[in-house]
Design a protein. Structure first.
Length: 127
């Protein structure tokens, strides 16, 4: 049976993406909030928000840096990774999502995106 490590998230950016160079490559990072709402037994609406650290490498990260801003809605597909570091002699662990695909969900971001091609002028139509 094949292994699968895939995650799909739709959420809002917690801050503008930051970017830094690592060797000959660039890495872009931002936080993403995903929320769920439900009504409890008493009729009170409850909300739970989870925060995810998103890391995107290379040209896709350049797109994220250019077009995404704090509060923007976005769809991220990627994989879950776990890292560790040592602080005060104790190992600390954290989870991050390595973004392998993204889709801008706000209409402003879509209209500014280079992937969003305009329809052809009317005089170029074949009929």
């Amino acid at each position: 049976m094949p292994n699968l490590n895939q995650v799909n998230l739709i959420g809002h950016l917690g801050h503008d993406p930051s970017q830094k160079e690592v060797g000959n490559n660039k890495v872009t990072e931002f936080s993403l909030a995903t929320s769920e709402k439900w009504t409890d037994k008493t009729g009170e609406v409850k909300t739970k928000t989870e925060w995810h650290k998103i890391v995107i490498w290379g040209k896709l990260g350049d797109v994220a840096k250019k077009y995404l801003h704090k509060g923007d809605p976005v769809f991220i597909s990627g994989k879950i990774t776990y890292d560790e570091y040592e602080k005060d002699g104790k190992k600390q662990y954290f989870t991050k999502i390595v973004g392998l695909g993204l889709q801008l969900l706000s209409s402003k971001a879509k209209s500014d995106s280079p992937d969003n091609s305009a329809p052809p002028p009317e005089d170029d139509l074949p009929f």
